[in-house]
Design a protein around this ligand. Structure first.
Ligand code: NAD
Length: 265
């Protein structure tokens, strides 16, 4: 669909889970002919390789795994060598890896867990973007996967909400600082997407309320004007648009992918 992307290289973090948003994004980039590097923690190495094999088989593109911890500068330094070996320059960096840990009200929130969420969700994209900016091609783009929680607070998830609000502002800073070099930056703000992260959340809420997870999910769907939970493919399609020339005049934006749950900017 976006022919200008064919043969260009993209790096997507947090792409080990076949059910996750990262792989949903990688699939849509590969469907447009992009060569893709899939990054994730070493512990997720097996699924990472399987996902790469699936992309090679289904789309005929190059796809390789990169193990890294986005919150660790040393790990990023090692990964950059491998990224450079895969492609001399990147058309797209997708900062997707993210966590939500320790959910509780602020008064009870464990400080170590709070910091760990900020380290992965905010420091991670900063460290990785800083390391890869010298290898972004002119016309290249950074897509940061934020969240609707970065615009509206998610109760008991202050670390997550703050990290995503910070990521949206990081995106805007990046956009204005690097526009002159032809590098764009935009954020995606998904609503409720059916991945492991949300399946766990429905189960947690159900356990707290003493009802079935199907009930918490049914209530979640009722809050979405389009009447369904989103899919990783929905987010992937929006990411491909942001990487393509179809969004050439867009930078510094935070695009909602929420089925209408959020309508403000
Ligand atoms: P997920 O838990 O299914 O996948 C996240 C991936 O990130 C995992 O494979 C995990 O191993 C990886 N990861 C975690 N810490 C890492 C680290 N330090 N270094 C490298 N990789 C690491 O999550 P998901 O639901 O697919 O979410 C992906 C992104 O989308 C996250 O940033 C999340 O905050 C965001 N998001 C998700 C939803 C949703 O409804 N699922 C909604 C809004 C935003």
């Amino acid at each position: 669909m976006y022919s200008e992307l064919k043969g260009k290289a993209a790096f997507v973090t947090g792409a080990a889970l076949a059910t996750g948003i990262g792989f949903g994004i990688a699939e849509q980039l590969a469907a447009n002919g992009m060569d893709v590097l899939l990054g994730d923690l070493a512990a997720q190495g097996g699924p990472l390789e399987e996902n790469c094999a699936a992309l090679r088989r289904d789309y005929g593109v190059r796809a390789e795994p990169i193990t890294l911890d986005v919150s660790d500068a040393e790990s990023i330094r090692a990964a950059v060598e491998n990224i450079r070996a895969f492609a001399p320059s990147l058309r797209a960096l997708i900062n997707n890896a993210g966590i939500n840990r320790g959910a509780s009200r602020i008064g009870e929130y464990d400080a170590g867990l709070w910091k760990s969420v900020l380290d992965v969700n905010l420091m991670g994209p900063f460290l990785l973007t800083k390391a890869l900016l010298p290898f972004m091609e002119r016309g290249g783009t950074v897509v940061n996967v934020a969240s609707r929680a970065g615009k509206r607070p998610l109760p008991t998830c202050s670390a997550y909400s703050v990290s995503k609000a910070g990521l949206i502002m990081f995106t805007k800073c990046l956009a204005v600082e690097y526009a002159a070099e032809g590098i764009r930056a935009n954020a995606l703000c998904p609503g409720q997407i059916l991945t492991d992260m949300n399946v766990k959340r429905y189960a947690r809420e159900a356990a707290a309320e003493g009802c079935a997870p199907e009930e918490t999910m049914r209530r979640a769907i009722a809050t979405v004007p389009l009447g369904r939970i989103g899919t990783p493919r929905d987010v992937g399609l929006a990411a491909a648009f942001l990487v393509s020339d179809a969004s050439a005049y867009m930078t510094g934006q935070a695009l909602n992918v929420t089925g209408g749950q959020i309508t403000e900017l």
